[in-house]
Design a protein around this ligand. Structure first.
Ligand code: CAA
Length: 257
């Protein structure tokens, strides 16, 4: 498939998706959203692919939703067309994917990164929700995901002041899983993705589902949900293989069944 605003490459079992609108610092317009939805759906549907990395350029992961596209929209346009609702299809991706962030991840860029299962940041990354400076607010989930990631005090401060947070503060605050040198970001993210891609695929899906459930449910319900998925994995061939491989001191060989 060909895309207008992203580059897609398969390296082994990992799909690398690179946002590619350098002239607009990867601002997320409707075409980027359409391309991302299509690429992530294709990744999800391809049994040879186990994990994905979404990245941008060294200067910008994405500098936000496309301000020029939104500028003249009315309330009726935005509400009537449920603007940004397409991102629900991005978050519906079932297989694990990582956001690899160098440079600016602002507004919708920060929000897209937070839709990933986790973020790996280059040491030049800058995160922020600067929408208030445009007299609007986050609109792609930032007020909710940032608050869950870093807590109310910092999320509120970031949204109300529009200030940027650097990579090290983002790591300390729990927004990113790890920080690596900017020049090594894609290689490091691909290494992590390759390690995830080597896990038993159904266990990886289940892991993602149960961690995400922690944000949607009570502790008791979440623990029950986890336990049921855990029990269910005992119906897979890979569980038999994984435990036999441990006992026999050899690597597991997964079928995804
Ligand atoms: N939308 C559209 N175009 C953008 C853009 C955006 N979010 N961010 C940057 N661009 C464009 C600029 O207009 C510029 O294009 P021209 O050369 O045609 O003028 C080009 O990208 C390069 O940008 P700058 O010249 O501004 O680059 P810089 O290095 O001087 O500054 C920056 C970089 C600080 C990131 C600055 O571009 C900036 O502040 N961008 C906007 C950040 C922002 O407000 N993001 C939030 C958007 S609203 C949103 O995302 C809503 C939501 O919740 C989903």
């Amino acid at each position: 498939m060909s895309y207008e605003t992203i580059l897609v490459e398969q390296r082994g079992a990992v799909t690398l998706i690179t946002l590619n609108r350098p002239q607009a610092l990867n601002a997320l317009n409707s075409q980027v959203l359409a391309d991302l939805i299509a690429a992530l759906a294709a990744f999800d549907a391809d049994d040879s692919q186990r994990c994905a990395v979404v990245t941008g350029s060294e200067k910008a992961f994405a500098a936000g939703a496309d301000i020029k596209e939104m500028q003249s929209q009315s309330f009726a346009d935005m509400y009537g067309h449920n603007f940004f609702a397409g991102y629900d299809r991005v978050t519906a991706t079932r297989k694990p994917w990582i956001a690899a962030v160098n440079g600016f991840a602002l507004g919708g860029g920060c929000e897209l990164a937070m839709m990933a299962d986790f973020i790996i940041a280059g040491d030049n990354a800058k995160f922020g929700q600067p929408e208030i400076k445009l007299a609007v607010t986050p609109g792609m989930g930032g007020s909710q995901r940032l608050t869950r990631a870093i807590g109310k005090a910092k999320a509120m401060e970031m949204c109300l002041t529009g200030r940027m947070m650097d990579a090290h503060e983002a790591e300390r605050s729990g927004l990113v899983a790890k920080v690596v040198p900017a020049a090594e970001l894609v290689d490091e993210a691909m290494k992590t993705a390759t390690a995830i891609a080597a896990m038993a695929p159904l266990a990886a899906l289940a892991c993602k589902e149960m961690v995400n459930a922690a944000f949607e449910t009570t502790l008791q319900q979440g623990v029950i949900f986890e336990r049921r998925l855990f029990h269910g994995l005992f119906g897979t061939e890979d569980q038999k293989e994984g435990m036999a491989a441990f006992v026999e001191k050899r690597p597991g060989n997964w079928t995804g069944k």
